[in-house]
Structures are given as C-alpha cells and as structure tokens.
Write a protein that binds this ligand. Structure first.
Ligand code: GAR
Length: 210
C-alpha cells in the first residue's frame, strides 16, 4: 500500500471519503498522516477518530512561505509519505515545494477544470449560467488549480440552485471521485506522460457521471 499524506484546512469531508475508502483491504493506499495548516478544524477530529496521526503546521507561525513549507516537507518525509493529497487545503504552494512532490501530489477542485479555477467556484458557475459543473482531481502544478487531470465527474446545475445547494451536490460527487482517482494513481494504473495522465482508456476510468 502507498503511504498517503493528506493536507487539509477545514471540514475534511473529502479526507473522510479517503479514510473510508482506505479501510477496504484491497485499497492500494493507506492514510499515514493528516496535516492541517489551521488548528482545531473538524478534519483533524475525523483523522483522530480513525486513529490516524495528525499534525498542525500553522502557516501563521512562520515568517515566509518557504519556512512553512520546509516544516511541512519534513513532516511528510519523516512519516514516509509517498503520495500527497490536498483535500480542501487552502494555501498556495511555492514552485519549489510543488516540484519536490511532482507527480506524487493530487488536488481536488469543485469545478470541471480548466473552467472556474480559484475561489468562490460555485458562485461564479451560477453567475455564468452554466448548466453543467462538476469536480476534478488533478496532479498539482505551481499554477493554482492546474495540472494533468486524473478524473472528473459532471454534475448538473438545477434551476433555482443556490451556492449551498450546488456545493452540496458537487461535494457528493467529490466524495466518490477522490477515492476513485487516488486508487488509479496509487495502484499505478495511471501516470503522467508529457503533462497528460495516461494508462487507461478515458471512458473506463477518467470520466464519471454521478
Ligand atoms: C471541497 O469542495 C474542495 O473541492 C474545495 O474545498 C472543499 C473542501 O471541503 N477545494 C477547493 O476549493 C480548492 N481550490 P472538505 O474540507 O469538506 O473536503
């Protein structure tokens, strides 16, 4: 099993989905460490409940991004982490950190990338009048919410949706998509070649309509 580190900043519902998936004996990954950059968040409680080691590395305790990331990297390396998953982790990472975890680092974003990168995703989807949105798991690159796409799920926007109703519908898809995408990567079924994820026919693994 691949040793996975999960970075969080809050609620941790995607972390929970990964924890639940990893309970399965045939799942190719185990959660070795959960790190939050924010103290006292629900995601830390979820990890503790599951008996997973947790650390708070509060970015506010460090004078620079580099200093924060040095400690982050040390904690991950020290725990023998082989694959890193951002799950609602809301800090930008420097190019240097990103390159040291290159192709071993996943993120989930609540839109069909490359559409709607960045913050306040659902509000902007509604403002744009989009009728389909979704979520994406991708390998992390220095530019925010970009990088080779591992898997996506499409989710309909319903008339009358608010930010909250849409976020909740997309979140349900996220909870299925992330364990699926991590399985593809941890098992070695997919890998990055020339900045694209390859290894299996698109229809079999990378696209899901939930
Ligand atoms: C999720 O919707 C995730 O896609 C999003 O934050 C939420 C975290 O929820 N991430 C981003 O917007 C990153 N750009 P969670 O803490 O319950 O998993």
């Amino acid at each position: 099993k691949k040793r996975v580190g999960v970075l969080i900043s809050g609620r941790g519902s995607n972390l929970q989905a990964l924890i639940d998936a990893a309970r399965s004996p045939d799942y190719p990954a185990e959660i070795a460490l959960v790190i939050s950059n924010v103290p006292d968040v629900q995601g830390l409680e979820r990890a503790e409940q599951a008996g997973i080691a947790t650390t708070v590395i509060n970015h506010r305790d460090f004078p620079t991004r580099q200093a924060f990331e040095a400690v982050l990297d040390e904690a991950l390396t020290g725990a023998g982490v082989e694959l890193l998953c951002n799950a609602g982790f809301m800090r930008l990472l420097t190019e240097s950190f990103v390159s040291s975890w290159l192709n071993r680092h996943l993120n989930i974003h609540p839109s069909l990338l490359p559409a709607f990168q960045g913050l306040h995703t659902h509000t902007r989807v509604l403002e744009a009048g989009a009728t389909i949105t979704g979520c994406t798991v991708h390998f992390v690159r220095a530019a925010v919410d970009s990088g080779p796409i591992v898997a996506q799920a499409a989710v309909p926007v319903h008339p009358g949706d608010t930010e909250d109703t849409l976020a909740a519908r997309v979140l349900q898809a996220e909870h299925r998509l992330y364990p699926h995408a991590l399985r593809l990567v941890a098992s070695g079924q997919v890998h990055v070649e020339s900045e694209h994820v390859v290894g299996m026919p698109q229809a079999e693994g990378q696209t899901a309509l939930f």
